[in-house]
Design a protein. Structure first.
Length: 130
């Protein structure tokens, strides 16, 4: 695991799904810091504007639109772990999707996505500090 404590946000319009994700992440990575939870795109944009966020866990679509499409349109480059209801999510050029996790969430699928993010972040950090 990386030495740095990562800050993340959750974009999820279901309270219970959001709570389940928060609990799982606290168990898997207690050193990670939850910077906020949004139930729509506008809320997510507010959280991103007001904090140094390293990672976003997001549903592909929430009540006010498609998160990945809006993030692409707005040029948001924060790494995303996309939570989808089926395995038909395909990453899109112009957004930084680390992994896609299919509901229902499992510790194994979240762990795989987190390890992939940590591996990619470590490589990026090492490249920028050489």
């Amino acid at each position: 695991m990386a030495d740095k404590s990562f800050k993340y946000i959750i974009v999820e319009d279901s309270y219970f799904q959001s709570l389940s994700l928060r609990i799982a992440l606290a168990q898997l990575r207690p050193c990670m810091t939850l910077a906020g939870v949004a139930d729509d795109i506008q809320g997510a944009l507010g959280l991103l504007r007001h904090g140094d966020v390293d990672l976003v866990f997001t549903k592909q679509s929430v009540c006010d639109g498609n998160v990945t499409e809006d993030f692409k349109r707005l040029g948001i480059k924060v790494p995303l772990i996309v939570i989808s209801e089926s395995n038909d999510f395909i990453g899109d050029e112009g957004i930084n999707v680390i992994d896609s996790v299919i509901e229902p969430l499992t510790h194994d699928s979240l762990l795989r996505a987190l390890e992939r993010f940590e591996h990619m972040h470590r490589k990026s950090f090492q490249t920028t500090n050489q």
